[in-house]
Ligand binder design. Structure first.
Ligand code: COA
Length: 491
């Protein structure tokens, strides 16, 4: 039976059990982040030793709270957790998030078993134990115990990240947010004492603001359930999976981290293949693919035109495309070639890659993009913009984003560089474009996404670009059928 997990992400009221007076303690940071994050519901700190923390009345026990409590976030030592669950039952709290460590992962298996038995018997849903909690960007709901000045919280968007490891989750959330990726939800679920990755996947299947799910997993306790959940969710939206604990040493490490059995990697990858989940080989790759989906990249067909101001980058891109399974170089029509020749300097070759050369101006890019994107033989553009060259102005950001807004064909951008490049790349991401640092990253991610789209027998939801930019909750979705006539290219 599918669990209703709504109160983990959009509760009306939350109790923090173990809200400490000490600013350096976990329970205090959780409370502070909830307040600073702008959560609009009721917040009830619970601590038998305190009266007032951060300006809020403190309750000596959950049972002293008169109002309804939707969710209890538990941050007391493991020995006390079972007693708190008793109070949750009495208070009729149906959802708990247990941050506390010290269970199966350190060999305290019996305590974790007792906890699960209680939770199941009382009909209480539980995320954790040994986890970082959840973050929901659309509801300003932040239970992470990482100070907000140390970890940038992401803006609302379409990526949801389910992560068994709190540390990986938080580090990635931090870097992804500062790079301009936008998230719907983040869940760190630790030991998966009760709610596991499959429950979370099933929940996200119908979550309107989630367009793509990223999953970092160390071990699966119930393979059949995982298979069923993945098979269902991937029909609706892409699920990108990264598995930790592939090597013997890695498997040993997962046992002491989240108490998980890492299992047989070959079987795991077989499941991904059969369920049409996208297998990522690294965290970076996972988010590269997610960025394409988040930005609404939808390839009905697979012929790509490269526009570059660096010849070497054109060659590297061509090599990557040649090694890909599904992407081909587009061939420009003679009409397009003639149009380009009208503004191209005599010393420029016109073809694919279209090398606009090191003296490329913003205007040269503008005209090249206009011609290429209108060519019926081109399904999408890869615009390589190396901002180190002197004649390329910052207006290039406007030019690329205007083309992106005015065309249904996808544009992906590649830019390598330091601070100046980062600035412009972030600006393009803010405007809804996927930006990569290297051509092979872009092509690998695109190739995997196309493979998913080709195998997905169901209509794929395409989010309206305007809705994507608003950062608001997405209500309307257009349905577009992915064309099936695209074959894996013959080698
Ligand atoms: N109900 C509510 N609060 C209670 C309580 C009860 N029954 N009993 C004690 N408390 C209070 C304490 O008085 C304390 O408040 P104070 O500092 O104002 O006195 C507060 O709860 C916390 O209890 P404390 O004993 O100080 O524990 P702690 O904060 O040092 O550690 C955990 C608690 C949960 C943080 C710790 O056990 C733990 O698991 N840490 C690891 C967390 C982690 O890394 N999780 C995985 C992340 S990926």
């Amino acid at each position: 039976m599918m669990r209703d997990l709504n109160r983990f992400f959009k509760p009306q009221s939350v109790a923090i059990v173990g809200a400490s007076r000490n600013p350096a303690k976990v329970g205090h940071v959780i409370l502070k982040n909830l307040i600073d994050g702008g959560f609009k519901g009721g917040i009830f700190p619970v601590n038998p030793e305190a009266d007032n923390i951060l300006g809020l009345r403190v309750y000596t026990s959950l049972l002293k709270i008169e109002e309804v409590v939707d969710l209890a976030v538990i941050s007391v030592p493991s020995e006390i957790v079972l007693d708190v669950i008793e109070d949750c039952k009495k208070k009729k709290i149906k959802d708990v998030l247990i941050i506390t460590s010290g269970f199966g992962e350190i060999g305290n298996v019996e305590l974790e078993k007792k906890l699960k038995t209680k939770l199941d018997a009382y009909g209480i849903n539980c995320i954790g134990v040994n986890c970082l909690g959840v973050f929901d960007a659309y509801h300003n709901f932040d239970t992470l115990f990482l100070p907000r000045y140390r970890l940038t919280r992401p803006k609302p968007g379409g990526i949801s990240f389910i992560c068994q490891s709190g540390a990986i989750g938080s580090a990635i959330l931090d870097i992804a947010s500062t790079s301009g990726y936008k998230f719907s939800k983040f869940v760190s679920y630790g030991n998966a004492t009760q709610i596991d990755e499959s429950d979370l996947l099933e929940y996200l299947e119908n979550d309107e603001t989630t367009k793509v799910v990223c999953l970092y997993v160390e071990g699966i306790k119930n393979g059949e359930k995982f298979f069923q959940a993945l098979s269902k969710v991937t029909l609706k939206k892409p699920v990108i999976v990264l598995k930790g604990g592939l090597t013997d040493d890695g498997k040993r490490a997962t046992m002491s981290h989240t108490g998980s059995l890492a299992g047989d990697s070959a079987v795991f990858f077989g499941v991904l293949e059969q369920t049409n989940a996208i297998r990522a080989n690294s965290l970076e790759e996972m988010f590269h693919i997610a960025a394409l989906v988040e930005k609404g990249v939808q390839f009905g067909s697979n012929k790509l035109q490269i526009i570059t101001n660096g010849g070497g980058y054109g060659i590297l891109s061509t090599d990557s495309i040649a090694s890909s399974k599904h992407i081909k170089l587009a061939t420009l029509s003679s009409n397009s070639i003639n149009e380009i020749k009208k503004f191209a300097p005599k010393y420029m070759n016109v073809g694919n890659p279209l090398d606009l050369l090191g003296d490329a101006t913003t205007e040269r890019y503008k005209r090249a993009i206009e011609v290429c994107i209108s060519d019926s033989g081109v399904d999408g553009l890869m615009v390589i913009a190396l901002y180190q060259t002197p004649l390329l102005t910052t207006e290039i950001v406007e030019i690329i984003s205007e083309a992106h807004n005015n065309s249904k064909k996808p544009i992906i951008v590649v830019s390598t560089g330091g601070e100046f490049t980062d600035l412009l790349s972030r600006s393009l991401r803010e405007r809804g474009l996927p930006v990569f640092s290297y051509p092979d990253e872009a092509i690998t991610a695109l190739d995997k996404l196309i493979a998913y789209q080709l195998r997905n027998p169901k209509p794929t939801k395409v989010i309206d670009k305007k809705e994507l930019k608003s950062g608001q909750e997405i209500k309307k979705v257009k349905i577009k059928i992915v064309k099936k006539n695209v074959k894996t290219k013959k080698k």
